[in-house]
Design a binder for this molecule. Structure first.
Ligand code: DON
Length: 317
């Protein structure tokens, strides 16, 4: 049990600067030695374990970046919150959650539960629920993936975002467990389409981003789906509540409970080494360091977030 000691005197968040972020980054830089770069998808294993970046987007849209800010990595599971937003806007939340649960879990992200018992995935953050979520987005072929890409480009205001085809091919050729879940859900009557829908899931996981892009995603959900520059095209308080609640209960997989106790903020991790964090009504945080802990979350990333939260009393609790 990891007891966390919070700062006695909280610093004002208006004082967050590149200097503050830089000292937190340097303090946690070596945490990568306690983790391991994901190699179950061979292309991911090529990541530089020492790369590290930390980004914050504050209320006025101001961006603070430190570390390897130009470094791109694949978004992986963080794409699940974007797919969920699209599926819920198209189908309505009642229809989406008729097909899957709103439960937390003590199982890893690629666990089959509860496909063999209730027949439905536990939540849209674990792979099974995420594959199902993407299949619920309308459009043939790669159209549903393109909707995810388009929304990601909007939120980050980064039109250059695209998927990495080698990572995609690597996921597709080794993702037999995901394929197994896809067919079990098809067998259970939850999925009606063909394998293009699974390919769309692999493609959404393979989109390359930077820590800054992740901070902007965190900001968007923290601020009722209003973009960092104030654009309110997708403003929707219910949607941001739904997405942030999923992030809080399941965004860090089986570590979500301890994460809620220690960090206390809606967050979503990916096996590419990124974590996006929403500080409701205040700001977005994006971190990157590819070595993962035993739960599949970035080891140094977690510690950088924890230090920022401790220093500025950012926990919701
Ligand atoms: O489904 C997979 O195996 C990956 N493409 C995504 C999983 C992921 O990022 C889980 N995260 N911690």
């Amino acid at each position: 049990f990891n007891t966390v000691v919070y700062a006695q005197k909280t610093a004002d968040i208006s004082t967050i600067s590149e200097k503050t972020l830089s000292s937190i980054l340097e303090k946690n830089r070596t945490y990568y030695t306690q983790g391991k770069v994901a190699d179950y998808i061979p292309e991911l294993g090529k990541m530089d374990a020492k790369a590290i970046a930390f980004s914050v987007v504050k209320k006025n849209g101001k961006v603070f970046n430190v570390g390897d800010v130009q470094k791109k990595f694949t978004i992986q599971s963080i794409s699940k919150i974007i797919a969920l937003m699209i599926a819920v806007s198209e189908k309505g939340e009642a229809n989406v959650f008729d097909k899957m649960g709103y439960f937390g879990t003590d199982q890893p992200f690629n666990h089959f539960s509860n496909l063999e018992t209730t027949g439905k995935p536990l939540n849209p953050m674990m792979n099974a629920g995420a594959i199902l979520t993407t299949s619920l987005i309308s459009g043939d072929g790669e159209k549903s993936f393109l909707k995810i890409l388009e929304l990601l480009r909007y939120i980050t205001k980064n039109q250059t975002l695209d998927y990495n085809s080698s990572v995609y091919e690597s996921e597709k050729s080794t993702g037999h467990r995901n394929r197994g879940m896809f067919y079990l859900m098809k067998n259970n009557g939850l999925i009606s389409g063909n394998e293009d829908q699974l390919d769309n899931y692999f493609k959404q996981c393979s989109v390359e981003v930077t820590a800054e892009d992740l901070a902007k995603i965190g900001y968007f959900f923290a601020n009722e789906c209003v973009r960092f520059d104030g654009d309110a095209k997708y403003k929707n308080a219910e949607m941001s509540r739904l997405i942030q609640s999923q992030m809080l209960i399941a965004g860090m997989y089986e570590f979500s409970g301890e994460y809620a106790r220690t960090v206390g903020l809606p967050s979503k991790s990916g096996v590419g080494g990124g974590i996006t964090v929403s500080v409701p009504g205040k700001m977005g945080i994006g971190v990157f360091s590819p070595a993962l802990d035993q739960h599949g979350n970035s080891a140094a990333g977690y510690h950088m977030i924890l230090d920022l939260v401790k220093q500025y009393d950012l926990s919701l609790f």
